[in-house]
Design a protein around this ligand. Structure first.
Ligand code: DI6
Ligand code: FE
Length: 402
């Protein structure tokens, strides 16, 4: 039967929510046609119409959903190796930021870059992710901080999806930092850049979601609320960098807007967890930033777990707080640093990452979903989080449905 492919001959971790860890099936088969999953079940029950279809023997390898990185800043200019050195000589992340380094030094480099430059610099990071089985990733703006430069970043992000077989979901993050020309005038920056820039980026079809950084060194709850109000008017979902360095109550604010996710969360408290549980907002954990900043306050994983808040895991790939382009490494860090189970780590880069991006037909192997698949040379799914600096990807299959 033309176009039909049956995968069989190895364990299949569907990552469907339920009682079976990893949704793991032995002796299973998965049928794909035209980029969609048609059927998954026991090989002995393979429906008759698929009996003659092309077969792919996994030869004992593990089949999982392809990986999803739900929080990245891969489009940016330059690097911050000098800041890395400063911090190792004793400066804190916040001190570097207040002294005009940090995010603002990347803003300078990003503004100086053309769309082509930004693409050229992002591609190696994107390729590293693809090499580890990532087919879908979120890419934020937030280092342009002028209308023109934010739009350039978003156009570059969109272009990446034409240059590589990946699906890119964009987030508008002009409310990431106050640029130097608006120093001390954050409200003016919101009025004159963030809000009109969002309208323009949306008109150009560049925005899939709206993000912000709610923090003492960035924007207040009131300022973020103004950005979210416009997002709501435009029908765009929101998400928020919240409780990364302190607890301002950003999680509650984001939850009140029905946010897709709140991200970082080291300083999230019990009220914040309850708000996420009530709104069905995903908690996206970013252990690469925790690790790089040598943070010691752990996100409240136990509480999130007890309250059934879905947890995603992402790289936060950015030039300052998380120069990490490995989602497998983020999984390992999530387990070792945050005490996630390997199953939670894999759910965090598949099912829950899809939810964090508002993608309902990705992240699990179920009939009707997009057939984004990863085949791994491992015996058991726990191996994906357990090994360090080792990439067992055998093959990545991109469903390629626009
Ligand atoms: N938190 C982060 O970890 C990134 N942005 C944010 O709001 C890092 C930004 C950077 O240091 O460049
Ligand atoms: Fe981030």
């Amino acid at each position: 039967m033309a176009g039909f492919v049956v995968y069989h001959g190895g364990p299949i971790a569907t990552m469907a929510a339920g009682d079976t860890p990893y949704g793991l099936m032995q002796g299973a088969a998965l049928v794909v046609c035209d980029g969609r999953i048609l059927w998954v079940g026991a090989f002995v029950d393979l429906p008759e119409p698929y009996a003659d279809a092309q077969r792919v023997d996994l030869e004992g390898r593990l089949l999982t959903p392809a990986l999803i990185d739900a929080h990245t800043h891969i489009v940016h200019g330059g690097h911050r190796a000098a800041e890395f050195e400063l911090r190792l000589n004793g400066a804190s992340y916040e001190e570097v930021a207040r002294a005009g380094g940090g995010i603002l030094s990347t803003v300078q480099a990003t503004r100086a870059a053309s769309e082509e430059d930004l693409i050229a610099q992002a591609l190696p990071r994107l390729d590293a992710m693809i090499a580890e089985g990532v087919t879908t990733l979120e890419v934020k703006s937030g280092y342009g901080l002028s209308i023109a430069a934010e739009l350039t970043m978003l156009r570059a992000a969109r272009r990446l999806a034409q240059l590589r077989p990946v699906r890119i979901v964009t987030s508008y993050l002009a409310a990431h930092a106050v640029p130097p020309e608006f120093a001390g005038r954050a409200d003016d920056y919101i009025d004159q850049v963030v809000l009109p820039g969002l309208q323009q980026a949306h008109d150009e079809g560049l925005v899939d979601a709206v993000d912000g950084f709610c923090e003492g060194i960035a924007f207040s709850l009131e300022q973020i609320a103004r950005v979210f109000d416009l997002a709501r008017d435009l029908g765009l979902p929101v998400k928020l960098h919240a409780e990364q360095l302190s607890n301002l109550g950003g999680a509650q604010l984001a939850a009140s807007y029905g946010a897709l996710s709140v991200d970082h969360l080291e300083y999230l408290d019990a009220d914040g967890v309850a708000a996420l549980a009530a709104s069905g907002t995903v908690a996206t954990l970013l252990p690469g930033a925790f690790y790089t900043l040598r943070e010691t306050c752990l996100p409240p994983v136990d509480l999130l777990r007890k309250q059934n808040v879905a947890m995603a895991l992402a790289t936060d790939c950015n030039p300052g707080s998380a120069p990490l382009a490995s989602l497998l490494m983020a999984m390992n860090m999530g387990c070792t640093l945050f005490r996630l189970t390997p199953e939670e780590a894999l759910a965090g880069v598949t099912r829950n990452a899809a939810q964090a991006l508002g993608l309902s037909d990705l992240g699990t192997l179920a009939a009707g979903n997009i057939a984004d698949l990863a085949i791994w040379s491992v015996f058991h799914p726990a191996e994906l989080a357990y090994r360090i600096g080792f990439n067992p990807l055998h093959q990545r299959i991109f469903g390629d449905i626009k």
